[in-house]
Design a protein around this ligand. Structure first.
Ligand code: BES
Ligand code: MN
Ligand code: ZN
Length: 493
């Protein structure tokens, strides 16, 4: 898909389809009035006859009209007074869904009054690109038989006031990078676990490095992981026939000589729970337990596509969590790379066991900040549901920066506490700490476990268990939190 910004007045912009935002019981916008005039009053006629009310999400094509646009697509944006990013974004998505099934090869979007509340031209253009690309995303096809026809739509224009063109072009460039990164995350996470193994992730990392000169990849095998002393990571992989990998990706922008930001992504390619076996209902979704890893791949891909200045290192511990005669048992005690001993009371709390060693490994890059991203706890899904991810950090400035990035990027995070009272619940009679506390505050005690390995680091943790993928009819990866991470990294804070 090609995107471009256009400042041409609606009356002079030739296109296969002009997408026009209409407010409920509101006045026509300037571009809508102009298109209406060129189309001989086709828009006002539809409204006058009561065929279109402008309710949020309503879509109506007006075909065979005169003027520079071969088609008009009316999009309801709800009442003008309630116009928000949300109605605007769902308008874009509804438009793209119609366009993808139409014969139009190109379209120009004229959405609502400008600027959208709380959206400058940069974010308006960027989020348009993200929404369009997101709505056109298709899951890697493993179905046989007849394929649905490919959409004809190949070119999308975003109409902006001429004085905002430069900002909008920047927004389109960054939006294309984020869209490419989110799509990579979604592709990897949507793959079944028999395809997307730790070795497959390693191959994907090497491919990324081949595709972008600014990316380097290094892959460590079991022997190298053992030499590093990652006893905690290795305890998770014991029950699996599939060998583990420690993947290191480095994005080197123009600031490559400055201290990097390290992103650590949980890469459990399938989580059965191990000996503390999960119940079977819905267990297929544990193929998404490598979403943190996939988000690190996606973020680095986005930065390379954009050509960002940043220096970023991605660390992905990748393995399966399986039960077997060799698997780690509840009560087993393992030694982490940091030297701390851990009593594994529950083999299903495996994410923290691989992440603590990856966090220790992160120290060798002398990072200016470390952010780990993990589908870490069901408790976080109970706390925050599917809309906000959990954000944990003892560092107020870092937490504020990530929260603000999530707001701007429309990919939100909600801060939760990290505190000694919760960390105390991880005490063990037999080892330095246990890998689980009780049921209460499960997302927080998990974060506090990681905290114990981050002394002296500027660290934050994102629990994406509720936001990284959808269940039910819409089952699939969301590509989150790539937009949040890229937004934060582009600011260089
Ligand atoms: N991968 C799961 C967390 C998860 C649960 C992600 C549901 C997405 C949806 C994680 O490894 C896990 O099993 N956590 C346990 C921790 C518990 C044993 C302390 C959980 O949340 O039940
Ligand atoms: Mn688990
Ligand atoms: Zn897990």
């Amino acid at each position: 898909m090609q995107f471009h910004a256009t400042g041409a007045p609606a009356g002079r912009q030739r296109t296969a389809c002009a997408v026009v935002g209409i407010h409920e019981r509101g006045q026509l916008t300037a571009s809508a009035r102009e298109l209406d005039r060129h189309a001989g009053g086709a828009i006002s006629r539809v409204l006058r006859r009561g065929d279109f009310s402008g309710k949020a999400g309503e879509v109506m094509p007006v075909l065979g009209v005169a003027g520079p646009a071969e088609r008009l697509l009316l999009i309801g944006l709800g009442p003008d007074g309630k116009y928000s990013r949300k109605t605007w974004r769902s308008g874009v998505t509804a438009a793209v869904q119609w366009l993808a099934r139409s014969g139009a090869r190109d379209a120009v979007l004229y959405l609502g009054r400008e600027p959208v509340p709380g959206l400058d031209p940069y974010y308006a253009a960027r989020l348009t690109v993200e929404s369009v690309a997101g709505a056109l995303y298709r899951i890697p096809d493993l179905k046989t038989g007849r394929k649905p026809p490919r959409p004809r739509l190949a070119r999308v224009g975003v109409a902006v006031p001429t004085e905002a063109l430069a900002e909008a072009r920047r927004g389109i460039r960054d939006g294309e990078g984020i869209a490419a990164g989110s799509a990579l995350m979604r592709d990897l996470a949507n793959l079944p676990a028999n395809v997307c193994t730790p070795s497959h992730l390693a191959t994907a990392a090497r491919r990324l490095a081949r595709e972008h000169r600014s990316i380097r990849a290094r892959v460590l095998d079991r022997a190298a992981i053992r030499r590093l002393g990652m006893g905690s990571f290795l305890s998770v992989t014991r029950g699996s026939e599939e060998p583990p990998r420690l993947i290191v990706l480095e994005y080197r922008g123009t600031r490559r000589r400055t201290a990097p930001v390290v992103l650590v992504g949980k890469g459990v390619t399938f989580d059965t729970g191990g000996i503390s076996l999960k119940q079977s209902g819905g267990m297929d979704e544990m193929k998404f337990d490598m979403s943190g890893a996939a988000s690190v791949f996606g973020t680095i891909k986005a930065l390379a596509t954009i050509g960002a200045a940043e220096h970023v290192v991605g660390i992905v511990p990748a393995c399966e969590n399986m039960p077997s005669g060799r698997a780690t048992k509840p009560g087993d005690i393992v030694t982490s790379m940091a030297g701390k001993t851990i009593e594994v009371l529950n083999t299903d709390a495996e994410g923290r066991l691989i992440l603590c060693d990856a966090l220790t490994y992160a120290r060798r890059f002398k990072p200016r900040a470390v952010v780990d991203i993990a589908t870490l706890t069901g408790a976080c899904v109970i706390a925050l549901g599917a809309h906000y991810c959990g954000l944990f950090s003892p560092d107020d400035a870092l937490a504020a920066g990530l929260t603000a990035a999530g707001e701007r990027a429309d990919d939100r995070a909600w801060r939760m506490p990290v505190a000694e009272e919760y960390a105390d619940l991880l005490k063990s009679n037999f080892a330095d700490l246990a890998n689980v506390a009780g049921r209460d505050g499960g997302a927080i005690t998990a974060a506090c476990f990681l905290w114990k390995f981050t002394d002296g680091l500027r660290w934050a943790h994102l629990d994406i268990a509720g936001t990284a993928y959808l269940s039910g009819k819409q089952k699939g990866s969301t590509g989150r939190p790539v937009p949040l991470l890229v937004d934060w990294l582009l600011r260089g804070e």
